[in-house]
Design a protein around this ligand. Structure first.
Ligand code: PRT
Ligand code: ZN
Length: 285
């Protein structure tokens, strides 16, 4: 029996979830108007659902695994296991107040105030931890207009660029959760399904590693080869091949995105020329 995965039917996580499965070599028919779709080349069936419902379905084993924002996982607080952070759908859950308010984190501003949010559970936990007594007003959408219409003094909502807050005359004053899409699984998945999940995770990781790394090719003067090689750790060590022109070598290696620009500067300073940087599709160590 195959694995079932729940992903968002439409919305911000839909496209990246499908893309991730595709990058893992899993072919699924476009399911925008369907409830489910079966992969043709991997034992997995995809259910398209509202993101809010995914944790419950995974707790109940209606779906074995799911892709959903951490914000939803912590708000719904269902019995599911977070298996892997997926690196997309990044945002933060923040408290915001009117731009004109004086807010100082030590002033106990929120004490006795009313906070509008679609995340009552996470906000209550935050208030409890900080020993703040405030009233939570749960609403289901358009949270950012609440202060302007006198519904609440503050809001707690997801922020990515900050432009929604800005356009509504609000300012972000506290971040209470950093969030991104994660893979969750049913607790107590059977051995056979776990085996399929392990296969899928292996592919996820290969795709993720590839995104964080670049393949680099360059020409190096032989007298500086040792220095240049030392700047390029690679997966084991760089490949060094002689160039047709004597005194020069071609060096191939893998560099992580993080150290990329620093290392390029150092490589140039050590005499490297003709530096090519190429994306990697999959990376298996
Ligand atoms: O229909 P369904 O219930 O499945 O979808 P939905 O409408 O509940 O969710 P959707 O598609 O809006 O978001 C799905 C997930 O994307 C969220 O649960 C988050 O994990 C993630 N995500 C990432 C975001 C944002 N970024 C985001 N910016 N979700 C919502 N927003 C909203 C935010 O609520 C606010 O209204 O965008 C606005 C703020 O954006 P900026 O860029 O103006 O700051
Ligand atoms: Zn939703």
């Amino acid at each position: 029996m195959g694995l079932t995965i729940a992903i968002q039917k439409s919305g911000r996580l839909h496209d990246d979830s499908i893309k991730l499965l595709k990058e893992c070599g899993i072919d699924i028919a476009n399911g925008v108007n369907k409830l489910k779709a079966e992969a043709s080349n991997f034992p997995i069936e995809v259910y398209f659902l509202r993101d809010d419902d995914i944790p419950q379905y995974v707790e109940d084993a209606v779906a074995d695994i799911g892709i959903v924002g951490e914000n939803v996982v912590y708000e719904k607080n269902k019995k599911v296991e977070v298996v892997e952070k997926l690196g997309f759908g990044k945002c933060r859950l923040s408290i915001a107040v009117s731009r004109n308010e004086k807010y100082d984190e030590h002033s106990n501003y929120l004490e006795g105030k009313r906070i509008a949010t679609t995340y009552p559970h996470i906000v209550q936990k935050y208030l409890d931890e900080k020993n703040i007594n405030a009233e939570i007003h749960e609403i289901s959408g358009s949270v950012e207009i609440a202060p302007g219409i006198g519904l609440a003094h503050a809001i707690c909502d997801l922020v990515s660029s900050g432009s929604t807050l800005f356009m509504n005359g609000l300012k972000e004053v506290e971040t209470i959760l950093q969030s991104q899409a994660v893979l969750i699984k049913h607790k107590g998945l059977g051995a056979e399904k776990q085996q399929i999940l392990d296969k899928l995770l292996f592919r996820f990781q290969a795709v993720k590693k590839a995104k964080n790394n670049k393949y680099i090719l360059l020409n190096a003067p032989n007298e500086n080869l040792a220095e240049i090689v030392s700047l390029l750790p690679g997966m084991k060590s760089p490949t060094v091949l002689p160039l047709a022109e004597t005194g020069w070598s071609s060096v191939h290696s893998v560099l992580s995105e993080n150290e990329f620009w620093d290392n390029i500067e150092r490589l140039k300073a050590a005499g490297a020329q003709g530096i090519l940087v190429v994306p990697i599709e999959k990376m298996i160590i």
